[in-house]
Design a protein around this ligand. Structure first.
Ligand code: ADP
Length: 489
């Protein structure tokens, strides 16, 4: 466990123009530790005036010699130094993430490594953002240049702060953009550390501003700011739509990564040991508070009873506890989110589904004050029930039975969402037939996720969003194409 040296300071300023600063009105946000319900820290609460300052600082940095004039190779070296520094500070960052978000320490450790990997991946890409030459015939030379799109506003959620903050900021910086990053009010700590690390590594002031604040206050001011050039948003559908409307008012393009109700489709011929491991990780990791959580389990009728028994045994063995104690399941982020999850479990019951594991708030001295719920498995769920259609954002797995591939495809795609799907079978023909039918941005076969999936384009079909983050694909959002056409004689 951590000694006092790694405890966070009790009050944290915004990072604007390379310096820590209080909010313009001195306002603060209380940040809670969801494992105990106690206050972890206070952070400055950015006002619209602070957003103005941060955007102005990002604009100035964009046009500065220090950043605008930096070669792509040097940008890459800088990003690589940031990756190394994240790794050097990994243990401190993981513990802070675990305290702030509640996630089990080993998951926080993975998140930190993934954040470092984003910087590393985009470090290597910074000097490979190329254009084309377009043949027009004699006397004309035409080429395209991918220029940085400008000031990128990034509004991120509380569920994976360092990973999501890292992925958005690193890609934008690789492309030559500058960033104003607004972490979520519930878990802003590691995003601030990221801003601090960037400065330690020599990032010019103003290139990465980090301004915690409330959604309707700082978030709104940032999304509707006339001087941003691009917006990356990860969060709920409802807020995503509102934010996209604000950005549209200034003709600002948006990358939207919203919710999901992702299916894991299990055939009777699957390797059950691997499947149970994959399926339970997909829903219980981060207490189910993951956009791409595998929250629907579609199981072939023949395999139903065995899968249910295995899932029951698995959940029974899970240890619940405070994130920093590294349990199998940590707390939910807040009382509000815990109440929502409990409400959905109640809705499932009313809809006639059967709770076969969990469903209650666990008790015990170690859990006092925290926001805990048992890992929950609900069987006999109908494909149209609310618990099969709406995102719960908690450790709740809904089981739906199917008879054949056609039916599996129809149920899987019967969703307003389309983020990720998983297919579990030993039959490659079945897997490919289904993969081509999935209306989801990613499809996994006999795995779910790929160690963070840094290299893989990620984003949604339907209401799960648009645009792609991660992989080389993400760079497209942070560049704009200029075409130059020259007549010569
Ligand atoms: P979640 O359900 O994961 O909390 P939200 O969509 O509520 O997701 O929040 C995601 C991010 O959007 C957070 O940083 C939050 O502060 C921000 N946000 C919330 N409401 C607004 C808003 N009205 N305008 C801009 N940003 C907002």
């Amino acid at each position: 466990m951590a000694g006092p040296a790694s405890a966070p300071p009790s009050v944290e300023g915004l990072i604007i123009e390379g310096a820590r600063t209080a909010a313009s009105d001195g306002g603060l946000i209380d940040v809670l530790n969801p494992s105990t319900g106690e206050r972890l820290a206070q952070v400055a609460r950015a006002t619209p005036a602070d957003v103005d300052r941060a955007v102005a600082s990002a604009r100035a940095a964009l046009e500065s010699a220090a950043w605008g004039g930096m070669t792509p190779a040097d940008r890459g070296r800088l990003l690589f130094r940031i990756a190394q520094r994240i790794r050097e500070r990994a243990e401190e960052l993981a513990l802070l993430e675990s305290r702030d978000n509640g996630k089990p320490l080993r998951q926080a450790r993975t998140d930190v490594q993934v954040a470092a990997r984003y910087f590393e991946f985009y470090a290597g890409a910074a000097d490979k953002i190329m254009g084309h030459t377009i043949p027009l015939g004699p006397g004309l030379l035409d080429f395209t240049v991918r220029e940085p799109i400008g000031v990128s506003a990034q509004i991120i959620p509380w569920n994976y702060p360092i990973q999501i903050g890292g992925r958005a900021a690193s890609a934008a910086m690789a492309a030559g953009c500058t960033v104003v990053l607004k972490p979520a009010e519930d878990a802003p700590m590691t995003a601030l550390r990221l801003g601090e690390i960037a400065l330690e590594c020599g990032t010019p002031p103003g290139v990465l501003n980090v301004i915690p604040g409330l959604g309707p206050e700082a978030g709104r001011a940032l999304a509707s700011h006339p001087d941003i050039n691009q917006l990356t948003f990860t969060g709920s559908v409802e807020v995503g739509i509102a934010v996209a409307r604000m950005a549209a008012g200034n003709v600002v393009p948006v990358v939207m990564e919203l919710g999901g109700k992702s299916p894991n489709i299990v055939f009777a011929d699957a390797d059950f040991d691997a499947t149970v491991k994959g399926v339970t990780t997909a829903i219980f990791q981060n207490a189910g508070q993951t956009c791409s959580a595998g929250s629907r389990l579609l199981v072939e009728r023949k395999a139903h009873d065995e899968m249910v028994e295995r899932l029951k045994a698995h959940t029974r063995a899970m240890r619940i506890g405070p994130g920093p104690d590294d349990p199998d399941l940590g707390p939910i982020i807040s009382q509000k989110q815990l109440d929502t999850i409990e409400r959905y479990i109640g809705i499932g019951r009313e809809e006639g589904a059967e709770i076969v594991a969990g469903g209650r708030r666990p008790a015990g001295p170690a859990l006092k004050g925290g926001f805990y719920i048992e890992p929950t498995v609900i069987d006999r769920v109908g494909a149209g029930m609310r618990i099969a259609q709406e995102e719960i954002f908690g450790p709740v797995l809904s089981i739906i039975t199917f008879d054949d591939l056609e039916e599996a495809a129809a149920i899987a795609n019967r969703s307003q969402y389309g983020l990720v799907s998983g297919i579990w079978t030993r039959d490659i023909n079945k897997a490919l037939a289904l993969a081509t039918r999935m209306k989801t941005g990613q499809v996994y076969v006999n795995t779910y996720g790929a160690g963070g999936g840094v290299e893989l384009p990620f984003g949604g079909y339907k209401k799960s969003g648009y645009g792609r983050e991660k992989g080389l694909e993400a760079l497209l959002s942070y560049t704009q194409v200029k075409n130059v056409c020259i007549r010569y004689s």
